[in-house]
Design a protein around this ligand. Structure first.
Ligand code: FBP
Length: 264
């Protein structure tokens, strides 16, 4: 397990990754409400907020846009991804090597693993190569650990999410990015499943947009459960004013304040 103490991915052990790989994963429909957010600069600008520890993008955006922002935010490059046009069993094409990610300035790398998919074996083997290369570069590996596939009855079930966190620990990820399991207690179980205090850090995946208050309550529950923070996309850049919620997230994640205090 890599210590994140010296990594820009975390600040005092807390993590806030701004995810912006949706143009590939979901397509332009995620930008319908705020078409200006289709332009990567608008989201890289948001990522310069003090609360954000890293911006997570695919290789193309890292190459094309990150050079103008490298002094203001750290870079997490995704190593695999799939478009929403793919209709097969959940899988994710490896589109970037760790060597190349490091060459273009990545401080961390990210890899999606669909546990339970018919592609799981192959994805875990691809993850092995990426994880070992990340170790050589001494950069942290974040696993987007998302159980899904035809055999899974309920991917958002708390035990399944705890299993996803455990899978990240077992396979050597430094950070497990998992969906919110529904309560603080379930999140505590997930954090324990990831190895607890000395295990893989657990961050909550943002999900589709909800109200400020509902979102902050979930984030607070994650922090109270021993989670390290969050990796969030739509709940930030689908908002009219992303800065306002980032101010509140800074209070909850980095300053340990209550939801009410953060909202006021
Ligand atoms: P959100 O906060 O918008 O949910 O983003 C997190 C994320 O993991 C993105 O990195 C990724 O593009 C997306 O969710 C994938 O969502 P899903 O596969 O669940 O549709």
């Amino acid at each position: 397990m890599l210590s994140l103490e010296d990594s820009p991915l975390a600040r005092d052990g807390k993590i806030l990754i701004l995810a912006y790989d949706h143009g590939l994963e979901h397509g332009p429909s995620d930008f319908t409400e705020h078409p200006e957010r289709m332009s990567p600069e608008t989201v890289f600008d948001v990522a310069t907020h003090d609360a954000v520890t890293s911006v997570a993008v695919q290789k193309g955006l890292a190459e094309g846009y990150y050079p103008s922002y490298e002094d203001d935010v750290s870079l997490l490059t995704k190593l695999n991804g799939t478009s929403n046009l793919w209709m097969g069993e959940p899988d994710s094409a490896v589109n970037c090597t760790v060597d190349y990610a490091a060459d273009i300035g990545a401080d961390a790398v990210g890899f999606t693993l669909y546990g339970g998919s018919n592609s799981e074996i192959e994805m875990a083997e691809e993850f092995r190569d990426a994880q070992e290369a990340a170790r050589e570069h001494d950069i942290p590996m974040v696993m987007w650990s998302y159980p899904r596939g035809q055999g899974l009855r309920n991917a958002s079930d708390a035990d399944t999410i705890a299993y996803a966190a455990r899978e990240a620990l077992e396979l050597g990820a430094d950070v497990a990015k998992v969906k919110y399991p529904g309560s603080r207690e379930a999140m505590e179980h997930t954090v324990q499943a990831a190895g607890g205090e000395n295990g893989a850090k657990v961050v909550m995946s943002g999900g589709s947009k909800v109200s400020d208050e509902a979102f902050l309550k979930n984030v607070k529950a994650v922090m109270d459960a021993g989670g390290a923070g969050l990796a969030v996309g739509r709940n930030i850049w689908q908002r009219e004013n992303p800065t306002q919620l980032l101010d509140a997230l800074e209070a909850v994640i980095h300053e340990g304040r209550s939801v009410d205090a953060a909202l006021s």
